[in-house]
Every structure is written in structure tokens, then in C-alpha cells.
Design a protein around this ligand. Structure first.
Ligand SMILES: Nc1ncnc2c1ncn2[C@@H]1O[C@H](COP(=O)(O)OP(=O)(O)OP(=O)(O)O)[C@@H](O)[C@H]1O
Length: 308
């Protein structure tokens, strides 16, 4: 539904994107995660047709964004991270104005305005001036604006950020509703945990490169399965010796009761090491991955990208 291949963008001598290959399936809620300056806004602006890439391709619904700007504009709702405040315009008028830019007027526009204000929980703010609304409310109004032409694809730049926790919760609820309505969403954020309960997929971008992408659970499992704690009642020195010499294993800490180590590879590698310990006769009482917080996962993945 959204695809980029080898996307490159330079701003003068600054290279913002160094070959981004995004793959967002239809109906996915894709969390596009990266620190400030990683290249998220640049990617979203290219997909929205607001910036022209210097290399690579970007497609929405199979259409190249540079070659088919009209079709892409119809298919995409874009919510920027910064939005201007409109002096003297009321929330309802703001939406009618944007409806008119898509040729929607009269009764249809009025109904759309009311439905969208309801969806973003601003039904009672229709007559309020936009510049008097809180930042969270302005963000939700901006989201309503991006929905005005009922696009199947939404590109949302940091929608769940902002200092007000209540506003963040409200925004997440609305995004979940949009997911139920079948929208395909690419949502950028610099905080993974902010999006984790919402996303079906994530991509981690660092220094203009995508270092990981895929279904959320696979990415988290892949990052977490390396930290293991093993305990046994006796024969710990034998266990330490075996783990220390095991390919891909690295002991982090060993006490009288337990060994904590990192292990490269997947579940099969874990099972292989456990089998070897038992074959050696070590009475293993505990052998499990440690819980890793989402932010630790992100830092680990982003760090690996930096080193690449
Ligand atoms: N108009 C511009 N002129 C020059 N450099 C720019 C411009 N816009 C972005 N950059 C640079 O390109 C890189 C990527 O910026 P981008 O805004 O895409 O990152 P981001 O991940 O969206 O970060 P943020 O969350 O801070 O917006 C950064 O190094 C940034 O300083």
C-alpha cells in the first residue's frame, strides 16, 4: 500500500535519507520510529508529494508519487508535525475551507464537518476560534482535516507527541478508531512505547537508514531473545564453562546461583544451548529470556544501526 525503494534525499550537503526501503501492507498501522533528525519527516513529506526525492522511488497504492501527484493526493491524508494557526477562523470553518479545496461544498461539506468534528472529539468546539484551542485540540483538528477526502492512506507526523498526557491518550483512541475503519497508517514517533499498543508493524530509522522493519511482535521478539538468565542447583562452574565457549554466547554476569548471558540467534539457538547443558548433566532450574522494555529494544536496535 505504501512502498519506497532506495529513497534518497539531500538538503544541500546534508544527506537526510540514505536509501530507505519501506513496506507498509494494506490495513497496517506502521510505527515509523526514530530519534530527532533520523529522517522521518523527510520520508513522510516525499510520500505526501511535498518533496521530490533525489533518488529511489516512493509509491502509494502502486502509484509513483512523483509521476502521479494527483492520484496520490487523493489517496493520502497528511498530518504535519507543525501546523499554522489560522487567525479569525473557527474550527468548523477551517474544515469547510479544506473541504472546498477538494471540491466538497454545501450540505455534504456541512455533514462531513460535523461527522469529523465528532470523530476527533471536538463536536462542541465547532464555533471556537482555532487559535484558542489547546495544542492537543489543534492536533485533532488537523487530523480531521487530513480525513476530509476520506483517503485510504494516512501519513501522520508525530500525532501522539505533545506535553499533555490526556491529549495523547485521546489521540491514541482516535487512531485506534481509524484503524478499525480500515485506514492504512504510517505514523512517525521518536518514542516506541507511545505507539506500541497501536501498531501492527514498525520500522526503525536511524541516520537516514531503516535498520529494522516488520510485524511488531517479530521485531520485539528478535531483539529480546538475546538476554538469557540461567539458574541451576549445582555444577555451576561446568555450566559457566560451557556457556563461555558456546558460539554466539557472551556472559554478562555470573554469581553463585545464576548466569546472565547474551546469545546471538533465535529460539533454535537457545534450545540448542539448553540441550547441551542438560546433556552435560547440569541440573537447570531456570532458563529464560529476560524482559526487555520497549525503549531498551529501540535503543538497542537504533544503536546497532548507528554502528552499521
Ligand atoms: N530544510 C532542511 N534544510 C536542511 N536540512 C534539513 C532540512 N530539513 C531536514 N533537514 C535535515 O535532514 C535530516 C532529517 O530531518 P527530518 O526532519 O526528516 O528528521 P526527523 O526524523 O523527522 O526529525 P524530527 O523528529 O526532529 O522532525 C536532519 O539532519 C535535518 O537536520
Amino acid at each position: 500500500m505504501i512502498r519506497t525503494a532506495g529513497l534518497v534525499k539531500n538538503y544541500g550537503r546534508v544527506t537526510a535519507l540514505r536509501g530507505i526501503d519501506l513496506e507498509v501492507p494494506a490495513g497496517a498501522v506502521y510505527g515509523f520510529i526514530g530519534r530527532n533528525g533520523a529522517g522521518k519527516t523527510t520520508t513522510l513529506r516525499i510520500l505526501a508529494g511535498l518533496l521530490v526525492p533525489d533518488g529511489g522511488v516512493a509509491e502509494i497504492c502502486g502509484r509513483d508519487v512523483v509521476e502521479n501527484p494527483r492520484a496520490v493526493r487523493a489517496a493520502v491524508g497528511y498530518m504535519p508535525d507543525f501546523f499554522g494557526v489560522y487567525d479569525g477562523l473557527r474550527a468548523g470553518e477551517y474544515l469547510l475551507f479544506y473541504a472546498a479545496t477538494y471540491g466538497i461544498r454545501g450540505e455534504r461539506a456541512a455533514k462531513l464537518r460535523d461527522d469529523l468534528l465528532e470523530l476527533v472529539e471536538l463536536g462542541d468546539k465547532r464555533e471556537d476560534f482555532v487559535d484558542t484551542l489547546s495544542r492537543g485540540m489543534q492536533q485533532r483538528l488537523c487530523l480531521a482535516r487530513s480525513l476530509i477526502h476520506d483517503p485510504p492512506v494516512l501519513l501522520l507526523d508525530e500525532p501522539a507527541s505533545g506535553p499533555d498526557p490526556m491529549a495523547r491518550v485521546k489521540m491514541r483512541e482516535i487512531l485506534k478508531e481509524l484503524c478499525r475503519l480500515g485506514k492504512t497508517m504510517l505514523i512517525s514517533s521518536h518514542i516506541l512505547s507511545e505507539l506500541a499498543d497501536l501498531c501492527t508493524h514498525i520500522g526503525i530509522v536511524t541516520g537516514g537508514r531503516l535498520v529494522r522493519q516488520g510485524p511488531l511482535n517479530e521485531i520485539l521478539a528478535g531483539a529480546a531473545e538475546r538476554n538469557i538468565i540461567m539458574r541451576c542447583n549445582e555444577q555451576l562452574p561446568e555450566a559457566v564453562k560451557l556457556v563461555a565457549g558456546w558460539p554466539g554466547a557472551e556472559i554478562v554476569n555470573a554469581t553463585k546461583e545464576q548466569i546472565e548471558f547474551r546469545l546471538a540467534g533465535g529460539p533454535a539457538d537457545m534450545a540448542g544451548l539448553l540441550r547441551a547443558l542438560i546433556t552435560l548433566g547440569v541440573p537447570v532450574t531456570h532458563f529464560a529470556q529476560t524482559e526487555q522494555s520497549l525503549e531498551e529494544t529501540f535503543i538497542q536496535l537504533a544503536g546497532e544501526g548507528n554502528g552499521a
